[in-house]
Design a protein around this ligand. Structure first.
Ligand SMILES: *Cc1c(COP(=O)(O)O)cnc(C)c1O
Length: 421
């Protein structure tokens, strides 16, 4: 459930009509709902309430500081995957001991940054990374708390570009080699082994792959403890999927996910962390765009929008489906017609939907892409010298621009011209 609903025939974000924001901010823009962000966080937090736990929001999904502050105020930790994200989390006021540092290619500079500013743990992904992290920590007179990300070799049954838990993926160390790798970690002077990490992919719509992975983590916990490691924290990754259409089968509920975690891992007495990104932000955001032209083509009509693939790349990159709804609710019984819905960018890939049934629309009408809160604004670019679109946050009857649209002067003046030109 989210808080983007029709009231009196017009789409609202919480208590604010979307068209009112469009009139002030201009289109296209991203629009987030505070109540939805909070609701999703609380559902997950409560799903784990029987166990010592921390929900670390995977901020790569949507990293605006206003979103981070909204979640941090509820007690969220953060999962970061770069030095930039680490600094952004700190800037939003998240304490270091609630920041988990993930990622397969952390640099020495990033490790130093996090050790200086404080970090809950590093999730390390390879032996070379362990050695570098140990050396950096020793040079600072510290020991870095770590988990090792294990690759459990389970099929997450999701899109190939977001599956991470099969042996052919670049992530983690094969679980079969875990004992050796943990022995090496324990022997390094700059590391303190505290737990195990696993993350098998994104947009999982079935609990079974999670269960298989967590069962392997439970077995590994017992084995590593018998080897003398103090395994006290299990980071179970993110990846719980969300409904992108009104019609498709519902993904697992947070309560069922929490119950499964407790079933598979509760007996171990470990503190549990999860790293949800999409589940918190995905349906807490929409992208609002305006129809520029309706163009009649060879046997099909095109809706040409002012939003494009550079603003929301998921359809082009992952063949992702977004429900696209008119901001003014069609009258009951309005006949729908098929449209190809496209942006203005000079690529055929700039297509949001083909033969999508929509009520009749005309130039100037507003549409909203639902489920655009995660992997939307963060993946946008200025391709075609199109400005990064603004982000807006709604809170009940109030709204605020939380990232302004840059001016063309600002964009153009970022280039610097060498003196020989
Ligand atoms: C991307 C990622 C997540 C978040 O995945 P979602 O599908 O958005 O929940 C969590 N942990 C790690 C290590 C990731 O790479």
């Amino acid at each position: 459930m989210d808080h983007f609903l029709y009231k009196g025939g017009v789409l609202h974000a919480e208590d604010v009509p979307v068209a009112e924001i469009a009139a002030q901010v201009g289109t296209p823009f991203y629009l987030y709902s505070t109540a939805t962000l909070e609701r999703h966080f609380k559902l997950l937090d409560e799903a784990l309430c029987g166990m010592e736990h921390l929900v670390c929001y995977a901020m790569k999904a949507a990293s605006n500081q206003a979103i981070l502050k909204t979640l941090a105020a509820l007690g969220a930790g953060m999962d970061v995957v770069s030095g930039g994200e680490y600094l952004r989390a700190k800037a939003a006021g998240v304490p270091g001991d609630k920041i988990v540092f993930s990622g397969v290619g952390k640099t020495e500079g990033e490790m130093r940054l996090a050790l200086e500013g404080g970090v809950r743990q590093f999730n390390v992904e390879s032996e070379p990374e362990m050695e570098v992290l140990s050396a950096v920590a020793v040079s600072m007179g510290l020991r870095a708390p770590i988990t090792v990300r294990v690759n459990p070799d389970v099929d997450a049954k999701t899109h190939a570009k977001i599956a991470t838990g099969k042996s052919e993926n670049k992530f983690g160390i094969p679980i079969a080699r875990a004992r050796d790798v943990y022995a090496q970690a324990a022997a390094l002077p700059g590391l303190e082994v505290i737990g195990i990490d696993v993350h098998i992919g994104s947009q999982l719509t079935d609990l079974e792959p999670f269960r298989q992975a967590y069962r392997k983590v439970a077995e590994l916990t017992e084995i590593l403890r018998a080897d003398g490691h103090d395994i006290r924290r299990l980071d179970l990754g993110g990846g719980l999927g969300i409904p992108y259409t009104q019609s498709n089968e519902a993904p697992p509920l947070p309560t069922d996910y929490g119950a499964m975690i407790s079933e598979e891992l509760g007996h171990l007495g470990c503190e549990v962390e999860i790293e949800p990104g999409r589940l918190i932000a995905g349906n807490a955001g929409i992208m609002v765009s305006q129809v520029i032209y309706v163009k009649s083509g060879e046997g099909r009509d095109f809706l040409i929008l002012d939003g494009a693939m550079n603003d929301l790349i998921r359809p082009a990159m992952y063949d992702a489906h977004h429900d696209i709804v008119p901001v003014v609710q069609p009258a009951p019984g309005t006949e729908q017609q098929p449209y190809d819905i496209v942006g203005p960018v000079c690529e055929s890939g700039d297509t949001f939907a083909k033969q999508r049934m929509m009520p009749p629309l005309k130039a100037g009408d507003l549409v909203a892409f639902r489920g655009a809160g995660a992997y939307g604004a963060v993946m946008s670019s200025e391709y075609n010298t199109r400005a990064l679109i603004p982000e807006v946050l709604v809170h009940q009857h109030q709204f605020a621009v939380i990232r302004a649209r840059p001016t063309f002067d600002e964009m153009i003046n970022r280039d610097t011209i060498p003196e020989w030109l």
